[in-house]
Design a binder for this molecule. Structure first.
Ligand SMILES: Cc1cc2nc3c(=O)[nH]c(=O)nc-3n(C[C@H](O)[C@H](O)[C@H](O)COP(=O)(O)OP(=O)(O)OC[C@H]3O[C@@H](n4cnc5c(N)ncnc54)[C@H](O)[C@@H]3O)c2cc1C
Length: 388
């Protein structure tokens, strides 16, 4: 197969020489697990005691992985992406809120961003994280089937109302909405609610997408269940497939509480499961829309190979590829330049609020996790090609 992701000229075409050197420095630094550990500790400590570290964070790791503080800040980036036929998703990455007033604010922000996406055609999707709309404990109790107190029942009703208000606006504005998946012990309640939203809003076309985490060994059966339900209810299904971001937490909880881990036994088992789910859905695009959220080259090659073999057009509106802003540009820009529907997910928000997101990116990019090796190699190749 033609190895399109090896083309570093296309991959880094939006990066100036100085940008590229800065990215090189950053990825080299976060490749060092010790440095990441010290940096994370220092950042948390400095923020707690009020030391002025936000400026330096903003110029370095924030600039690499976030689009800005506000949605307006992200517009110049979105325009640049669009020159390369890459569309954008704006992800307001503020996490860990606990009050009803905060949950209402999140709902308003999400609705505002759906309207914003309608105005800016280069923004192709909106996003929603279920636990941003209500306390984690309520999701957890609902998932376990534990009886809620009267107060909690009211909380749950407010969660459902916020959820529906966002989905309804997405449907009115014709802006597809990707709903994130989180920890397994809250996910059953989220799945159920998203399925109800799909039944309500995906009658003609897919507006609502659920997320399937393929590091869970039970997810191919879940996809088959979704398919059966949708056939029965006469609606369509949107699925964002990812590997999954909570592996350590999941394994630790399962061990502590003595149940079988919901996570595949190895990385290669997760890879196989991801590819099996991808293949299953790709065979059924009459009912499914598929959104592939991954930085894995081999799965991305599999997807384009399947599309080629099945005669699915590269720009078929039922298939999308996506990577996070600041990562795996070799996949994003080479897919886009070859005509595939490609989208960058751009997190944004106040620097202090997005720090948990940035720490996850740094952790994921240490040499232990492996991804940096690939990022660094490609950056080095491009620096060499430009004779820098
Ligand atoms: C656009 C987009 C949206 C996303 N949305 C979500 C979301 O809603 N929910 C969510 O949970 N994540 C989400 N993610 C993150 C995603 O789940 C992965 O953590 C991340 O993309 C890394 O996986 P990969 O496919 O890119 O690549 P790879 O680097 O090939 O895979 C790394 C992943 O493999 C799995 N893995 C690693 N080691 C093992 C092991 N020993 N055993 C079993 N599995 C292992 C883990 O899931 C790990 O994250 C999203 C990612 C993208 C790009």
């Amino acid at each position: 197969m033609n190895k399109i992701f090896d083309n570093t000229e296309v991959a880094f075409s939006l990066k100036s020489n100085s940008d590229l050197k800065k990215a090189h420095f950053l990825f080299k630094s976060i490749a060092n697990p010790q440095l990441v550990k010290i940096g994370t500790g220092l950042t948390n400590f400095s923020l707690r005691v009020g030391l002025p570290v936000q400026g330096i964070i903003k110029k370095t790791i924030f600039k690499q992985f976030c689009g800005g503080v506000t949605e307006e800040d992200c517009l110049p980036i979105i325009e640049k992406l669009n020159e390369k036929t890459v569309t954008a998703i704006l992800d307001y990455s503020v996490e860990g809120k606990e009050s009803e007033a905060d949950f209402d604010k999140v709902m308003e922000k999400k609705i505002f961003l759906i309207d914003f996406a309608k105005k800016h055609k280069e923004i192709s999707f909106a996003t929603l994280k279920p636990t941003a709309l209500g306390r984690f404990l309520i999701w957890e109790k609902k998932s376990e089937g534990t009886e809620l107190t009267d107060g909690e029942k009211k909380e749950w009703e407010r969660i459902e109302a916020r959820f529906d208000a966002i989905c309804s606006r997405a449907s009115e504005n014709n802006v597809p909405l990707l709903i994130d998946a989180e920890e397994t012990w809250m996910q059953d309640a989220a799945d159920l609610l998203v399925e109800q939203m799909m039944e309500k809003y995906n009658k003609e076309k897919v507006v609502i997408f659920n997320t399937v985490q393929c590091y869970r060994w039970d997810r191919i059966d879940y996809v088959k269940k979704l398919e059966a339900q949708a056939k029965e209810g006469n609606y369509k299904i949107g699925v964002k497939i990812v590997r999954g971001a909570y592996m350590e937490k999941e394994n630790e909880r399962a061990e502590e509480m003595g149940y079988k881990s919901p996570i595949c036994v190895s990385k290669s088992a997760t890879d196989e499961n991801f590819d099996a789910v991808l293949t299953y859905i790709m065979d059924r695009l009459a009912i499914f829309s598929l959104f592939i959220g991954s930085h894995n080259e081999s799965s991305s090659y599999l997807a384009i190979d399947l599309m080629d073999k099945k005669g699915i057009a590269k720009n078929d509106p039922h298939v999308w590829f996506s990577q996070l802003y600041g990562m795996s540009d070799q996949i994003t820009y080479n897919l886009a330049s070859n005509g595939y529907n490609t989208v960058k997910l751009i997190p944004f928000g106040p620097v202090k609020e997005v720090i948990p997101y940035l720490i996850r990116r740094a952790d994921e990019n240490t040499s232990v996790a492996g991804q940096t090796g690939r990022e660094l190699t490609l950056i080095k190749e491009e620096l060499k090609r430009r004779r820098l």
